[in-house]
Design a binder for this molecule. Structure first.
Ligand SMILES: *[C@@H]1O[C@H](CO)[C@@H](O)[C@H](O)[C@H]1NC(C)=O
Length: 347
């Protein structure tokens, strides 16, 4: 990071907070706080103003998560809370396209989980949790695909913990566990705040337009494969200007070695910014394994990362190291038009 960039940026940021935010003092004090302090279940509940709550648990009206989702009327237009009691909720869950405005609220990612065992050659088929509806908010739930690791060269390695295919979907304080292909961020605008994501090969993948704010990414070793895995595989469609994965202010660590991303399309777009990268990141940083097209338009970038895995010396030449100017459009929730639809977010 060259110094001359830093000062103007800070001044600019300070000026923006003071002039544009209504109630500048409030915004400024929020800026200093950590994300964990500002977004929790009660705050989201308050913001969404839901009129109905469906409770799921062994002693509640709804025994399974899916039965509560099924009880939401098709074409729903007002926020409904589906509250999951602490404990493990077994079984596949699908929020269908015609049931928007659902707030799935758990008691915290360490307490409430949705768990399902499924592996398949087909990603969507394997998912433990699927969101096909727009306008879905999730707080404090762990999603686990408990499929076993399987055999070397077995094609049935897809074991998605969550597939997110609706627009305007946000996860706060959630966790995603699976041996492989953990988070299928398929399509639409998404926000993940303070989420934990674990896996080995292409474990955050799809064509989504998504921001991962303060994520914790844990790399697990996988002895089934000779190749090094990759954290991301962003499949941006050629005629689509907006999709991409943005990782901000998080940390990446784990066991074994992986790449930050794998090129899967001529326009793959991923940026890691202000992120701690441990030595679990291979010095080359990014890979084209399994891809034979051009890397001319690929945008796999890093900005202002730290840690032993962030060293630029051996990075593949087609990856990018952004200047502040190039990175700016990816550093705020405007990248996902967040101010228009997010009930709460971290600055
Ligand atoms: C670089 O990242 C650090 C945190 O690692 C942050 O404090 C600083 O503001 C960032 N600099 C820029 C120019 O974004």
């Amino acid at each position: 990071m060259d110094r001359p960039c830093l000062l103007p940026f800070l001044l600019l940021a300070a000026a923006a907070v003071l002039t544009s935010a209504p109630g500048g003092a409030l915004a400024k004090s929020k800026l200093a706080k950590k994300s964990d302090d500002i977004v929790n279940g009660p705050l989201l509940t308050d913001k969404l103003k839901a009129k109905r709550t469906l409770i799921v648990g062994p002693d509640e009206e709804f025994k399974t998560v899916q039965s509560a989702i099924d009880a939401v009327p098709a074409g729903n237009t007002e926020w409904i809370i589906v509250h999951l009691r602490s404990g493990v909720h077994n079984g596949k869950v699908v929020i269908p396209k015609d049931k928007p405005f659902i707030f799935v609220r758990g008691n915290g990612k360490g307490r409430t989980s949705i768990s399902h065992e499924s592996s398949s050659p087909d990603n969507a088929e394997s998912a433990a949790f699927t969101v096909n509806a727009d306008n879905v908010i999730v707080f404090g739930v762990s999603f686990r695909n408990t499929a076993r690791a399987g055999l070397v060269n077995n094609q049935e390695i897809r074991s998605v913990s969550a597939m997110v295919a609706g627009d305007k979907v946000a996860f706060y304080h959630c966790a995603f566990y699976s041996p492989h292909h953990t988070l299928f961020d398929s399509a639409g605008r998404h926000y993940y705040e303070s989420c934990y994501i674990q896996g080995n090969i292409d474990f955050i993948f799809g064509s989504g337009q998504s921001m991962f704010q303060c994520p914790e990414i844990f790399v697990k070793p996988d002895r089934r494969t000779e190749i090094l895995g990759s954290i991301t595989a962003h499949d941006r469609k050629v005629d689509d200007d907006t999709s991409g994965f943005v990782f901000l202010k998080g940390k990446v660590y784990g066991v074994g070695e992986v790449y930050l991303g794998r090129v899967t399309a001529p326009d793959s777009r991923v940026i890691f910014a202000d992120t701690y990268l441990s030595k679990t990141i291979n010095p080359a940083g990014w890979t084209t394994i399994g891809y034979t097209g051009s890397t001319d338009k690929v945008m796999l970038a890093e900005f202002n990362c730290t840690g032993p895995g962030s060293d630029a010396a051996k990075r593949v030449p087609w990856s990018r190291r952004f200047t502040l100017n190039e990175a700016t459009k990816y550093l705020t929730i405007d990248f996902i038009n967040g101010k228009e639809w997010l009930p709460a977010y971290y600055y």
